[in-house]
Design a protein around this ligand. Sequence first.
Ligand code: ZN
Length: 273
Amino acid sequence: MSRSSRRFDHFSWPQVQEAASQDGSTLVWPFGACEQHGPHLPLVTDIFFAERVLAAVLERLPASFPVWMLPSQALGFSPEHQSFPGTLSLSASLVNQMVLEVGAQLAAMGFRRLVLFNAHGGQIGLLQVAARQLRAKCPEMAVLPCFLWSGVDALQALLPDGERERGLHAGLAETSLMLGLAPELVGSDRPQDGEHHDPALSITPPAGWSLEGNAPYAWLMEDLSKSGVIGDTRESSAELGKQLENALVAHWLNLFKSLMESQWPPANQSQGL
Ligand SMILES: [Zn+2]
C-alpha cells in the first residue's frame, strides 16, 4: 500500500480495511473556517494553516507510523464573524453532530485514534465538547481535539506579549504566517485594530475581563473592530512567518511522535468495562 500521500481519501476500500486494522491506526481531521480575516487575509486562512502545518508534520514522521489525513472541514462555527461578508458559519449543533456521525463511522471501521486538528480559535470549546461526547459514544477510539496555536512555547520568543495574548484574529501571527506560506493571498493593508487600538469604538470592555482566558466576554467582532482584525499587523513579515511555521511544525511533530509511539487509548476500552 502506498502511504506517500498520507491521504485517507486516496485509499481504495481494501486499503482502508488494512489501514484501520493496524496497531494504533490514527486519522487526523483538519478543521478550519470560511470566515473574514480582515481586509488583507483570505477567508480560507484557518484551514489553509491547518492543512499546511499538518502536511509538513506528516511528511516528517517515520513512514512506518499508521497515520493519515482526512478530508478537511473547511466550514466551521464562526458566529462572531458573521456580520462581515464572506463568512459562512455552521451552527454549533451541526458541527457537533457531524463530529459524532463521522467519528462513529471511523471508529466502526476500526481506527483507533482521531485527532481534530483545528486552526480556528472560535471553535476550540465546541470541538472539545464534541470530542468528549464522541469518546463516550465510541470508547475504543481515542479522540484528541487540539488547536494549532495552543501550547507552542516557542511563540513566546517570536511574538510580543500583547500580540500573543490579544492579537487573536488576523493579527501579527496570522498575517506573517500567510506572508511566509502564500504571499500572493495577502493584500497590502496592515491594520492595527481591535480591543486596545480602535479609538472609534465608544465602549471599552470591562477591566479584568478578557477576550479569551480566565473571564472572557464572548465577543463579536463588531464589538471590537471595524476592520475585522484584532491585533497589530504592522510588523508582519514573511521572515517572521517562516519562523512561526518552523515553530508550529516542530511543536506538532513532537506531539504526533509521542502520540504515535504511545499505546493510547487503553486497550481495555475495546472490550468494554
Ligand atoms: Zn484565523
